[in-house]
Design a protein around this ligand. Structure first.
Ligand code: SAM
Length: 193
């Protein structure tokens, strides 16, 4: 398996036989499409698809019917296992029972407070043996720390590292990097030792 961009991720989903996951922050649905194309589980794609307050400085922060059309186009053909949820990550995470998802992919507001909130909420809805993936946690240069790009999402790595119950690995791939998180007790080896 080549790990030089985030497209390796559906391979993990297949390998672990994951059946249900959610992308928090979907924008035009390009990555949702990538996941659906390479994995046969049920994917929830969540986004506000609306303009948030001006405090949220991001090129995707716009109210645009065109964006919604692009999402619809991107999930075309996957209607039997693709679910769109138009709400904030805060509300969205409360719509599901605990331990509902095999994976949660976090890529919404990159300001640290929001990433932390999305992460904490994701832990509650994450299944045993599940995985959380956070995008934009290891940008390759200072320009990418701008609010428009990765902002201070990188701070989540230290926050998670301090939690003794979690394993985190941060991969310096593509321009912005990503992190994979699992509960230590969910390591495969713990199921038979
Ligand atoms: C960087 S884009 C997502 C890109 C997408 N994951 C991809 O790889 O193609 C961030 C998205 O998060 C959404 N977003 C930001 N804050 C959010 C929140 N609090 N709740 C839900 N969606 C949010 C924005 O509307 C935007 O579409």
């Amino acid at each position: 398996m080549q790990i030089d961009n985030r497209n390796f991720f559906p391979n993990i989903l297949n390998d672990k036989k994951y059946k249900i996951g959610i992308e928090v922050g979907t924008y035009e649905g390009e990555f949702s499409k990538q996941i659906l194309n390479n994995w046969d589980g049920i994917l929830y794609s969540l986004d506000v698809w609306d303009k948030l307050s001006d405090e949220y400085v991001d090129s995707s922060n716009k109210s645009s019917v065109e964006t919604i059309y692009k999402v619809i186009d991107n999930i075309n053909g996957f209607e039997d296992r693709s679910v769109l949820i138009r709400t904030s990550s805060e509300y969205g995470s409360k719509m599901f029972p605990d331990e509902y998802f095999d994976f949660v992919y976090i890529d919404a507001n990159h300001k640290y407070e929001y990433v932390k909130n999305d992460f904490d909420n994701s832990l509650k809805i994450l299944n045993k043996f599940g995985i959380i993936i956070l995008h934009d946690t290891d940008p390759m240069n200072k320009i990418l720390l701008d609010e428009k790009y990765c902002n201070d999402a990188y701070k989540i790595v230290d926050y998670i590292s301090k939690n003794k119950e979690l394993n985190i690995i941060t991969l310096p791939i593509q321009e912005t990097g990503l992190s994979l998180v699992m509960r230590k007790k969910d390591r495969r080896i713990n199921s038979f030792l």
